[in-house]
Write a protein that binds this ligand. Sequence first.
Ligand SMILES: Nc1ccn([C@@H]2O[C@H](COP(=O)(O)OP(=O)(O)OP(=O)(O)O)[C@@H](O)[C@H]2O)c(=O)n1
Ligand SMILES: C[C@](O)(CO)[C@H](O)COP(=O)(O)O
Length: 261
Amino acid sequence: MSAHGRFWGLVPCAGMGLRAVAAPAAGTAPAPSLPKQYHLVAGQPMVLHTLAAFSGVSRLLGTLVAVAAGDHFLDAYAHPSFFRVECGGPTRADTVLGGLKALLARGAQPQDWVLVHDAARCLITSAQIDTLIDTCATDGVGGLLAHKLADTLKTSIDGPGGVRVATTVDRSDKWLAQTPQMFRIGPLMAAIERIGPAATDEASAMEAMGLHPRLVPGGAQNFKVTYPDDFALASAVLAQRGHGTTLERFGGGRVAPTLGG
Ligand SMILES: Nc1ccn([C@@H]2O[C@H](COP(=O)(O)OP(=O)(O)OP(=O)(O)O)[C@@H](O)[C@H]2O)c(=O)n1
Ligand SMILES: C[C@](O)(CO)[C@H](O)COP(=O)(O)O
């Protein structure tokens, strides 16, 4: 065990990716409903890039991938660094809560740290995960990767002809929340159970308990694949990095997961 505790990964992977689906052209059938985390990005299912980054962090005891009931997509890509649990819920917060309970049921302790990371942030690197751990492991609260706002920020109103600017907002203290978000399992569970689905990320659940998570710069490339255009951008960045493919790293055989530590 590290001097600062034990660390787990938790990847919520049970979303539908509805915003990632382009509207079908008039008169054509809707696209098949494979969730976005399994779409090909730089030649591999998106979530495998995410899991490859987590597999490169030796301090993690294991990474739980929280999938929807009956989702066996990952069975073909088994690897000792991760294990899938069918604990997806109707919201991201429900899925994360299910994952936290599953970690405890598999031997994690309430004081262990968990790094919650969107399957759809497939550009995360092992180095960024290590930086987050290094920064937050001695922090009393925990923290998250985030990106300081680079653009002028507007609020909007509905006006003549469509949506219009209401005001320009001071951006000097504004950050875009990213993942991983790193907190101790027990306090995070208590916070999410109290706040419920209103918590769109783990930090906001902790904030609602009166806490102030640490903000750790993550960089613009750690964006969440959300809209149809995002796939091409993510593919281009991964191709430019020139990594070995995740499939090569994960083989394709079934390997029993190892837990504990
Ligand atoms: N009920 C849910 C909703 C989301 N997620 C996961 O949370 C991450 C961030 O969510 P987002 O990108 O908003 O994904 P979706 O909910 O899938 O997208 P959309 O809102 O467009 O349907 C994704 O990896 C997604 O799979 C989840 O595990 N369970
Ligand atoms: C957790 C998150 O990635 C932080 O930016 C984000 O909130 C998840 O996406 P959602 O659209 O809020 O579900």
